[in-house]
Design a binder for this molecule. Structure first.
Ligand code: NAD
Ligand code: TYD
Length: 353
């Protein structure tokens, strides 16, 4: 079987559901169920005997060791992290704990598990660490997109902790021979995306008649990838990636935040027009910029496409339509995940409720 961490979060839950749909191989799933982890995202797998869910922390080495010994996975994929830049600016502590200390403890448990494995299991074993393009820092317009050999220049507490975890993963390969793979992906969007991030926040606020907050001038650029394309890239790297290598994953979809939000508004105008006939774009509101806001991210995914033959299936136009339709079809999911803790965050970040 395979073992994932953080499989109740946005990307992890998409990965688990797709894994169950595509293969017969069982999957164990360890997740702490922070505010960002939702078992409702895994509701369709609740009665599937191939999916074993365990609530727990990647930093609990004793628990992780016991689970590894019990399930003897052929691969471990680490999705678990604190993932929201704005939260890392308000309070970096949890980011240090999970992204750095948690990854370190997970690596220690993996080292203990891997060392005594019989040769055949040893040579098949992989640890895939899911990381972000934000470790490379910020680009100016006209700069070449990030390649795997770009220097690490993280700018936010979030990206700094992800960078630290990437370095630990690298060191555990170099020093102890742990068979690792690292992926650095651009911004994802799609089903089960927690509505604190730009795209689901705007869909949710638009429908609720609330402001759509644009930080600064809205000209910041991100490279958007549909979440299921990220999952297909992870499956491909797990299957054929070279041990010790890093692979950048991106969608060749560089867009400014203003373009993204205006696109969301115009699709919503088609699918669910406002009662008063105005466009949802009338709800756009420029707000104070994020501290240390990175201007542009862009991924050069040539290595992944040339070496492993991966390509994304969705363009931004097709992926964003699916995402908006999914949100319209799953208003109950959004309602359930946006209860108490979420409201507290919205009040703190935007001063509204
Ligand atoms: P998310 O915040 O939606 O989910 C994170 C999950 O990890 C949650 O289910 C949470 O409960 C769990 N978790 C947190 N701390 C834990 C701990 N100590 N032990 C066990 N579980 C814990 O994040 P996501 O967007 O799904 O991101 C998953 C991974 O992908 C992260 O490592 C993130 O850095 C990376 N990534 C995300 C994006 C993106 O656009 N969302 C892009 C590139 C890379
Ligand atoms: P986000 O979804 O938080 O991802 P990241 O910061 O990891 O790229 O934000 C995407 C972009 O949208 C980023 O440039 C910040 C911006 N943004 C806003 O303008 N308003 C918002 O309310 C949020 C959450 C983000």
């Amino acid at each position: 079987m395979i073992f994932v961490t953080g499989g109740a979060g946005f990307i992890g839950s998409n990965f688990v559901l797709e894994w169950l749909a595509r293969t017969d191989e069982p999957i164990a799933n360890l997740d702490k169920l922070t505010y960002a982890g939702n078992l409702q995202s895994l509701a369709s797998a609740a009665n599937d005997p191939r999916h074993v869910f365990v609530k727990g922390d990647i930093g609990d080495a004793e628990l992780v060791g016991r689970l590894l010994a019990t399930y003897r996975p052929r691969a471990v994929i680490n999705f678990a992290a604190e993932s929201h830049v704005d939260r890392s600016i308000h309070g970096p502590e949890e980011f240090i704990q999970t992204n750095i200390v948690g990854t370190f403890r997970l690596l220690e448990a993996l080292r203990d598990y891997y060392r005594p494995l019989p040769d055949a299991e040893k040579s098949a074993f992989r640890f895939l660490h899911v990381s972000t393009d934000e470790v490379y820092g910020s680009l100016e317009r006209g700069d070449a997109p990030f390649r795997e050999d770009n220097p690490y220049q993280p700018n936010s507490p979030y990206s700094a902790t992800k960078a630290a975890s990437d370095h630990l993963v690298r060191a555990y390969h170099h020093t102890y021979g742990l068979p690792v793979l690292t992926t650095n992906c651009s911004n994802n969007y799609g089903p089960y995306h927690f509505p604190e991030k730009l795209i689901p926040l705007c869909i949710h606020n638009a429908l609720a008649g609330k402001p759509l907050p644009i930080y600064g001038d809205g000209e910041q650029i991100r490279d958007w990838l549909y979440v299921q394309d990220h999952c297909s890239a992870i499956r491909r790297v797990l299957e054929a990636g070279q041990i010790g290598e890093c692979y950048n994953i991106g969608g060749w979809n560089e867009l400014t935040n203003l373009t993204v939000v205006n696109t969301v508004c115009s699709i919503l105008d088609d699918l669910k027009p406002r009662d008063d006939g105005l466009s949802y774009a009338s709800q756009l509101t420029f707000v104070e910029d994020r501290l240390g806001h990175d201007r542009r991210y862009a991924i050069d995914a040539t290595k992944l496409s040339a070496d492993l033959g991966w390509r994304p299936s969705e363009t931004f136009d097709t992926g964003i339509r699916k995402t908006i339709q999914w949100n319209l079809d799953n208003l109950d999911w959004v309602k359930n995940v946006t209860s108490g803790a979420y409201q507290h965050w919205v009040d703190k970040q935007y001063g509204t409720s």
